[in-house]
Design a protein around this ligand. Structure first.
Ligand SMILES: CC(C)(COP(=O)(O)OP(=O)(O)OC[C@H]1O[C@@H](n2cnc3c(N)ncnc32)[C@H](O)[C@@H]1OP(=O)(O)O)[C@@H](O)C(=O)NCCC(=O)NCCS
Length: 329
């Protein structure tokens, strides 16, 4: 990475709201079935935030759990980066709301929006601040309330997404441990395949945009699926090449949880046994930029990640964007 200081993940935490919406609940709301959703996506249920809860509230809980895990006080955080495609508001930045909520009195804060790849981009950005010596403790959060953005009358998208948040604290590590490298990219020509069309400068809110339901997530599932399968392959290959490693070295693969079939195709491509690939899409659906840190936290809690393991993260999403990271745990 050309860094002057090694950077490690010093702690992690996550939070999902307690309310569970199962596929059977969805059967009562739209024309769908548990078997269709499970077969096509692997999702069985997802979590939904209650009305009074928003993205910054989920982010706050994940951040506090992360700081507890790291044993670091909020006042010692230098920077907070929140990745979200469903922020509380367009501005102020959700990171500023989190800064206030956790009492991180000495922290700078900003948001990043690059769809479901957000956590990997935020991790890469935060890493540069620690590697350069500018900051000691950088808190990176992926947080989403996608239940507020999906069109609950559109069966092709509403069954896919869920709410949640995950966080990681970046700090200086010892030589030989921590973050090895990243591979980030976009293919902006596919921007129209996954978008929230209205409500900003291009298409301000109007009676027409409301009637046409343009304030909700729009997705062309098939081309996004094809993109995801292709890009997981190249993003994992490229980050391994950059770090001088090969697929056999992967201890645990933590893919973005968008579709079980996409994850399975990655396992087949790299010949990685399923037990070395973290899958929790059945419980949470696609939580966008929260999916990788939540999956990582659960992999740690289940003892799947051991000291010295090569952990590879990979995600893709709106943009169309993609990113991967390699970490020696
Ligand atoms: C969305 C996705 C699951 C749809 O699966 P698919 O196999 O491509 O299914 P299709 O869109 O071709 O739809 C097949 C049929 O199922 C129907 N269908 C769609 N959603 C349905 C649902 N929830 N329940 C029942 N039937 C449904 C369609 O209307 C279609 O019916 P038709 O053949 O009569 O027209 C899949 O394309 C996907 O996962 N894409 C990637 C999405 C993704 O990862 N997005 C996030 C990126 S971060």
């Amino acid at each position: 990475m050309g860094s002057t200081r090694p950077v490690k993940i010093a702690g992690m935490g996550y939070y999902v709201p307690p309310h569970v919406l199962t596929n059977f609940d969805l059967e009562k709301m739209i024309d769908t079935s548990d078997s269709w959703i499970v077969e096509r996506t692997g999702i069985r249920e997802r979590r939904l935030a209650s009305r009074e809860v928003s993205t910054s509230d989920l982010a706050r809980e994940a951040a506090l759990a992360c700081l507890k895990d790291a044993g670091v006080s909020p006042v010692d955080i230098d920077l907070i980066i929140v990745a979200s495609a469903s922020p509380d508001h367009l501005f102020p930045a959700t990171a500023c709301l989190v800064q206030h909520a956790i009492g991180a009195l000495n922290a700078a804060a900003f948001d990043m929006e690059i769809g479901c790849t957000g956590f990997i981009y935020a991790l890469a950005t935060g890493t540069q601040y620690v590697a350069s010596g500018m900051y000691k403790n950088v808190l990176v959060v992926g947080a989403e309330c996608l239940s507020r953005l999906v069109d609950w009358t559109d069966r092709t998208t509403c069954c896919l997404f869920g709410d949640g948040a995950g966080a990681a604290l970046l700090a200086e590590g010892q030589p030989g441990e921590g973050i090895l490298g990243f591979h980030l990219g976009v293919d902006g020509s596919g921007g129209n395949l996954l978008s929230l069309p209205a409500g900003c400068a291009r298409m301000p809110a109007s009676k027409d945009t409301l009637e046409k339901r343009l304030h909700h997530i729009h997705m062309e599932g098939k081309p996004v699926f094809k993109f995801a399968v292709k890009i997981i392959d190249s993003a994992v290959t490229k980050v391994l090449e950059k770090c001088g490693r090969s697929p056999e070295d992967i201890g645990v693969l933590i893919p973005h949880q968008a579709n079980l079939r996409i994850i399975e195709s990655a396992c087949a491509r790299f010949g990685i046994p399923r037990e070395r690939v973290m899958v929790n899409i059945d419980k949470y659906g696609n939580t966008s930029s929260a999916s990788v840190p939540i999956a990582m936290c659960e992999a740690l809690a289940e003892g799947r990640i051991r000291k010295g393991d090569l952990v590879v993260l990979v995600a893709f999403g709106a943009g169309l964007s993609y990113g991967s990271a390699a970490i020696t745990w």
